[in-house]
Design a protein around this ligand. Structure first.
Ligand SMILES: NC(=O)c1ccc[n+]([C@@H]2O[C@H](COP(=O)([O-])OP(=O)(O)OC[C@H]3O[C@@H](n4cnc5c(N)ncnc54)[C@H](OP(=O)(O)O)[C@@H]3O)[C@@H](O)[C@H]2O)c1
Length: 219
């Protein structure tokens, strides 16, 4: 499975790159600067023991089965406008963006209001309905992903279009200890995105590293 990670040079995207490459996926890291992506791919190769490629964001998404977008909210709209034309017919997009208030000088435990309802729905507005879109990975912290030798033991909550959720399920199942949970349509992204702010607050109050995650019981 070929997975392109836009914004994969740091944070959540980098952690996902390490985990997915470790599990045998063909991972390509994207960046606004191709050289930075190549350096991140080298670092992820060392961390995962696998081979990765890197390149400019619009170049890496071409031909990928899954495109994971993991960038800060202020960069999300320009990133989607920059990659939209390069997305092929067989590609599903998995958005991880959270509109944290800390992106504009506020608290990381609070969310910004987004006109469309959520960051993922803002992405839908830019991409249109033809491109399958899911929203996922809001409740797993980057630090929990970086060491691929330990299972993460967390549920991954995913909402969106059925074909994109199916692709997301296959991505999630590559991560040791992760369980895919179908959370319904894309409109539920506003709930999932708010969980990041909630978990950041829990992490701060309990001084947690690498951070709390989510388990849905009773399934
Ligand atoms: N970190 C977490 O644990 C975590 C957990 C849940 C959800 N999230 C969400 O996932 C997204 C990524 O978070 P993160 O902590 O991984 O972010 P980050 O480390 O700050 O940034 C990730 C990458 O995004 C690119 N980027 C940064 N600013 C950008 C901008 N203005 N425009 C376009 N690209 C930009 C950079 O890549 P280049 O410079 O190489 O282009 C950077 O390496 C955020 O929306 C965050 O709320 C994060």
């Amino acid at each position: 499975m070929k997975v392109a990670i836009v914004g994969g040079t740091a944070g959540l995207g980098f952690g996902l790159a390490v985990r997915l490459a470790h599990s045998g996926a063909e991972v390509v890291i994207g960046s606004r600067q191709a050289e930075k992506a190549v350096m991140a791919a080298d670092a992820a190769a060392k961390a995962s023991g696998a081979e990765l490629q890197g390149g400019a964001n619009p170049d890496v998404v071409a031909g990928a089965e899954a495109v994971i977008v993991a960038v800060p909210f202020p960069g999300q709209a320009p990133i989607y406008k920059g990659i939209k034309e390069a997305l092929g017919p067989g590609t599903a997009v998995i958005d991880c963006t959270v509109p944290l208030a800390s992106e504009v000088g506020g608290k990381a435990t609070r969310l910004l209001g987004v006109w469309e309802g959520s960051a993922a729905q803002q992405a839908r507005g830019i991409l249109g309905k033809e491109i399958p879109l899911a929203s996922a990975f809001h409740t797993v912290m980057a630090a929990a992903l970086e060491d691929a030798s330990h299972p993460i033991d967390q549920d991954i909550l995913v909402c969106g279009d059925p074909p994109a959720k199916e692709t997301a399920r296959r991505v999630v199942e590559l991560i040791s200890g992760a369980r895919f949970i179908d959370c319904g349509p894309l409109e539920n992204a506003r709930i999932l995105e708010s969980l990041t702010a909630l978990l950041i607050g829990i992490n701060i109050r309990n001084k947690l590293t690498p951070g709390a995650g989510i388990h849905i019981t009773g399934l």
